[in-house]
Design a binder for this molecule. Sequence first.
Ligand SMILES: NC(=O)c1ccc[n+]([C@@H]2O[C@H](COP(=O)([O-])OP(=O)(O)OC[C@H]3O[C@@H](n4cnc5c(N)ncnc54)[C@H](O)[C@@H]3O)[C@@H](O)[C@H]2O)c1
Length: 334
Amino acid sequence: MRIGLVGVGRIGAFHARTLASLDAVDELVVTDADVDAARSLGAELGVAVADDTTALLAAGIDGLVIAAATPAHAALLSEGVAAGIPTFCEKPVAATLTETLALTTLVERSGVPVQIGFQRRFDAGYRRVQAAVRAGELGFVHTIRANTHDQAPPAATYIATSGGIFRDCSVHDFDVVRFVTGHEVATAYATGANQGADFFTAAGDVDTGGALLTLDDGTIVLVSATRYNGAGHDVRLEVLGEKGSLGVGLDHSLALDSAESGVNFPAGPRHWSFMDRFQPAYRAELAAFVDVARGAAPSPCTVRDALEAFRVAEACELSRATGRPIALADITGA
Ligand SMILES: NC(=O)c1ccc[n+]([C@@H]2O[C@H](COP(=O)([O-])OP(=O)(O)OC[C@H]3O[C@@H](n4cnc5c(N)ncnc54)[C@H](O)[C@@H]3O)[C@@H](O)[C@H]2O)c1
């Protein structure tokens, strides 16, 4: 398989290394708006470099991986689909709900397979919880806690176009709550605050956010997100049920110290970024995309899945702005 990748920043360079190491990928071609960055990565990995996206799409690729900055996603995804190339696109599909809705229609009408980058769906712990919940092992689920706590903020330039903490960060939690439970979010109430760098306020964003969701079966979901978690990269999901409870991320890398004496948990070492925390999941995700690209499997995370997670993020941003709870039925993009 010949795979093309556009965007060689933080996640793009990481995906390029993973793709280059997959047996099923015979050739990788990379490009970036910053062509020097693409050339430098190409030389490091010994892979081909295209001068721009047009050249990449014309390079006879079997699959396209979009890892460019969020504002570029909508146009790149449209180009990939128009060329009939199976496409993997990092989350979010687009910067706005209107664009996401339009792309959902475009992709579904095209029949071109598209996979969106919610890698937690490929993490062993989340999959174990999904299986337990779906099999009824926990009885009815009444409460879920979902956390995404980054150790340190990304660059100010990233925050300026990220779409805000709920669309950029908590959107992973929104997606995986749907994935684990099979239920949709019915209402959202959210808030946020800034105690860190001024560039969050300048971007209209917050460095810490919290959301209280209710699912369509009555389950309560508490979501928290921060860009400042000095203890380490802390991503957790706790599912509390009538008969039992299960937690993802509760291993010896947990970035939380116990205040109880004589407790030596967690033993460490800690995770410091999403890249080390989710390395196996990213690998499984891209291996799954190669299967999608060769027609061996349907997309395991569709544009419609991404649209539903994005609608929850949109509701949270609206709630944060207005100070009131939002019904998801009102998030139509109209
Ligand atoms: N799934 C995850 O866990 C995860 C983690 C990090 C980032 N992301 C997503 O990946 C995307 C990239 O994030 P990042 O942290 O790597 O950002 P980054 O700023 O480090 O890199 C973005 C790259 O895209 C390039 N670029 C921008 N516009 C382009 C265009 N039109 N054509 C070609 N290249 C273009 C930039 O030159 C840069 O090299 C974002 O959408 C982000 O939401 C996902």
